[in-house]
Write a protein that binds this ligand. Structure first.
Ligand code: IPM
Ligand code: MN
Length: 352
């Protein structure tokens, strides 16, 4: 037997449990092939638990999760819970409490997957967004003044700390060096308007860059990058940005790579724990129908293997996913794949 990994599994809400089952299935198939031992521990967090017991994310659960080698998350979000409660008190709390300060989101077009971008193929669409994951507008600072009156004021503050910005930018440089592709790092900001936040990011970016002379530097405003990601996706290698900008541009990225059915991400504390998730959310309208695409979740499992430095197993899984997109699936969209959720999981296992 190779190494043993304790994996915390949060299937969560909506289609989360369905896609999580397929990701776990793929990991189990790999464990036989590559003689790895995965021990899965399930955590019943999410909307159902909250509605039944009023429980969101207790400290003991955070402690248990932090004792794992890695975490897999299906989806958090429930139609009967007011927007913001589960998002802030479960998903964002997981990110903040475990200090998962990097949100890594690859934008990669797999073979056979349709992109809405005309005349672009897998060789053109292959970059990674490094999104800061614990600060910015997500810090939750601000407040109301004279709420509910005609004189009402709403303040929403973005927090950027020197330490938070530097560790994120440094990670992006290291990642770009290790990725060893175009060796180009793009900083995405809004220096022409956000004269404090973007100024700090810009200064730190060029300062840290001195330690990475082999990396080509690029800066783009967030509005411009939203165009270039669509017009010239091939010009990007690694992009680093703030929490909010990263949230927005990675949804553009998800569409560019063929939709939410295929887009995965990792929330990581470099050198420590990571939490990997399909980024599509809980998709209530597809719940329980065995029609959602599990490839985003299986890709998240693949990112987990990479992060655990199980390179061979990660490569096996990536190749299997690419074979499924190339040979089998008609579409990445729920209900249009030509296969059920479980069948897509079986196809991946078959190629493994
Ligand atoms: C994401 C999601 C979350 C975010 C929401 C659900 C809070 O959109 O993971 O991108 O904004 O980060
Ligand atoms: Mn988002």
């Amino acid at each position: 037997m190779g190494k043993t990994y304790r994996i915390g599994v949060i299937p969560g809400d909506g289609t989360g449990p369905e896609v999580t089952a397929e990701a776990v299935k793929a990991l189990k198939a790999l464990s036989a092939k590559r003689s790895l031992d995965f021990q899965f521990t399930e955590f019943a967090l999410g909307g159902e638990l909250y509605l039944k017991e009023g429980v969101l994310l207790p400290d003991e659960i955070i402690a248990d999760l932090q004792g794992m080698d890695s975490i897999f998350l299906g989806a958090i979000g429930h139609p009967d819970v007011k927007p913001g409660v589960l998002e802030r008190e479960v998903l964002l709390k997981l990110r903040f409490e475990m200090d998962l300060y990097i949100n890594l989101r690859p934008v990669m077009l797999f073979p056979g997957v349709e992109t809405p971008l005309k005349d672009k193929g897998p060789e053109d669409i292959d970059f990674v967004v490094v999104r800061e994951n614990t600060e910015g507008l997500y810090a939750g600072g601000g407040g109301f003044f004279k709420k509910g009156t005609p004189d009402e004021v709403a303040l929403q503050e973005a927090v950027s700390t020197r330490k938070g910005v530097e560790r994120c930018i440094r990670y992006a440089f290291e990642y770009c060096r290790k990725r060893d592709e175009k060796k180009r790092l793009t900083l995405c900001g809004k220096t022409n308007v956000l004269i404090f936040e973007s100024d700090l990011w810009h200064r730190v970016f060029y300062e840290v860059a001195k330690d990475y002379p082999e990396i080509e530097l690029d800066y783009q405003h967030v509005d411009a990058i939203s165009m270039w990601m669509i017009k010239n996706p091939e010009s990007f290698d690694v992009v680093v940005t703030t929490n909010m900008f990263g949230d927005i541009i990675t949804d553009i990225g998800a569409m560019v790579q063929g939709g939410l059915g295929i887009a995965a991400g990792g929330n990581i504390h470099p050198g420590g724990i990571g939490m990997f998730e399909p980024i599509g959310g809980s998709a209530p309208k597809y719940t329980g129908r065995n029609i959602i695409n599990p490839l985003a979740a299986i890709s998240a499992a693949q990112m987990m293997l990479d992060y655990l430095e199980e390179d061979e197993a990660g490569k096996d899984l990536l190749e299997a996913i690419k074979k499924v997109t190339k040979n089998d699936l008609k579409s990445m969209e729920a209900g249009k794949m030509g296969f059920s959720t479980r069948e897509v999981g079986d196809l991946v296992v078959g190629y493994l």
